[in-house]
Design a binder for this molecule. Structure first.
Ligand code: ADP
Length: 395
């Protein structure tokens, strides 16, 4: 039986999972899938490593009403596949590693308690991430589980990138710019290092543009600054999240509009961003296909803010050698990339229209400007590799 690793990426409305074969210090995909639409239109779908559909099943909303139902549905479905392998560990995406975890951690009772103490820092995500760890620990206490953090990649960023202009006691209390999407940045910067080692040693901005969106400035593959801060609300506008906002707006909503903290939270996390701006959709594909003027304005707002973030990070880095696009929008929307690129002419950027339209890897035009690339992200593979590395180190 070959050794295998299971990777869980649990969100509030979906749980993504992948099963990998461990081959030495590398991993090879066996299957991957998700149970999404939890509580609304639950659907479990999975494919094998070459894209053959293994299952595609819908559930009634009350059959999979909450995350724990989804865990059981996935658990029941995956049992026969797990039985074909020797499961050596489980890797989890955990959004918050707090101020200190800068590497993946093998989970024991103490680590779990520490991670629980970060729930107030990411109330929406941290609980959902920790839940499958607890469930698996109860069923298989012998099975090593590894927590891989979205914040860890940024822990080495300079102090100036870690600060808000607030009194120091708040900083000591954990009110810091943690930054997120770290697993994606680590994967993409590793892929860039393989593609173009010289470029990867330089000044690079990676734009992770998916439902959540952020950008990160890297020097020699290390995070120097990123657009997400204390929470995953900051920085770029996203599908449903507002991005950077004058904090006075929050005071206004509470003091003048009488909104509760929970109502403000729902507004900023679930009803803002592209969805709030356009009134049409949170989905970039739908906005690009829409004739509504507000949809066009939302796209314009998004691309302007992405370009502004790239320019801002270029200042932090002292210049720009390469811009990399990744995640759903970054990997698949030539239109969005073209509009961001056009706004960055002042940095000498110029895209090759044909290469961009074909979603090729290298999409900049010949010339002295920064390189521009499209590199698909793979957070689950990053988690699998990190989990394997920790397990192998412990043997
Ligand atoms: P998640 O954070 O949910 O993993 P993804 O990285 O899958 O998100 O990105 C989802 C976003 O990518 C959505 O806004 C979706 O509309 C957008 N997207 C996917 N494919 C395309 C495409 N071909 N053109 C434009 N946008 C796309």
């Amino acid at each position: 039986m070959s050794e295998a690793l299971f990777v869980v990426n649990a969100g509030s409305s979906s749980i993504k999972f992948k099963l990998y074969r461990a081959v030495g210090h590398d991993v090879a995909l066996i299957l991957g899938g998700a149970l999404d639409g939890i509580g609304a239109r639950p659907r479990l779908h999975a494919k094998d490593e070459i894209g053959n559909v293994l299952t595609d099943r819908s559930f009634a909303p009350d059959e999979v009403a909450k995350a724990s139902d989804a865990q059981h549905a996935i658990g029941d479905w995956i049992v026969p596949y797990l039985a074909e392998h020797e499961l050596i560990g489980v890797g989890h995406r955990v959004v918050h590693g707090g101020p200190h975890y800068s590497h993946p951690e093998l989970v024991d009772d103490e680590v779990l308690r520490t991670l629980e103490s970060f729930i107030p820092l990411a109330p929406l995500h941290q609980l959902t991430n920790l839940d499958p760890i607890r469930v698996i620990r109860a069923r298989r206490p012998d099975l090593p589980q590894v927590a891989c953090f979205d914040t860890a990649f940024h822990r080495g960023h300079p102090e100036i990138a870690d600060r808000f202009a607030l009194p120091n006691d708040l900083y000591e209390d954990g009110v810091r710019r943690y930054g997120f999407h770290g697993l994606s940045y680590e994967y993409v910067s590793g892929a860039l290092r393989e593609l173009a080692p010289e470029l990867a040693r330089g000044r690079v901005v990676i734009c992770h543009l998916g439902s959540g969106a952020s950008a990160c400035g890297l020097l020699d593959g290390r995070s120097m600054e990123s657009t997400m801060g204390f929470t995953a609300l900051d920085g770029l506008p996203m599908g449903t999240r507002c991005g950077a906002l004058d904090p006075g707006v929050v005071l206004h909503l509470i003091e003048q509009k009488g909104m509760s903290a929970a109502e403000v939270g729902r507004l900023l996390y679930n009803n803002s961003g592209l969805k709030g701006l356009s009134g049409v959709s949170n989905d970039m594909r739908e906005l690009l296909a829409s004739d509504a003027p507000a949809a066009a304005m939302a796209i314009d707002y998004f691309t302007l803010h992405v370009a502004q973030a790239v320019a801002q990070l270029a200042v932090t880095l002292g210049g720009l050698d390469a811009l990399v696009f990744t995640a759903g929008i970054g990997e698949r929307s030539p239109e969005v990339r073209a509009r961001v690129g056009a706004r960055l002419g002042l940095l000498g950027m110029s895209l090759d229209e044909v290469a961009n339209a074909a979603n090729e890897t290298w999409i900049d035009a010949d010339g002295p400007g920064p390189s521009v690339l499209v590199i698909p992200t793979d957070e689950e593979r990053m988690i699998a590799l990190a989990t394997l590395r920790l397990l192998r180190a412990g043997t």
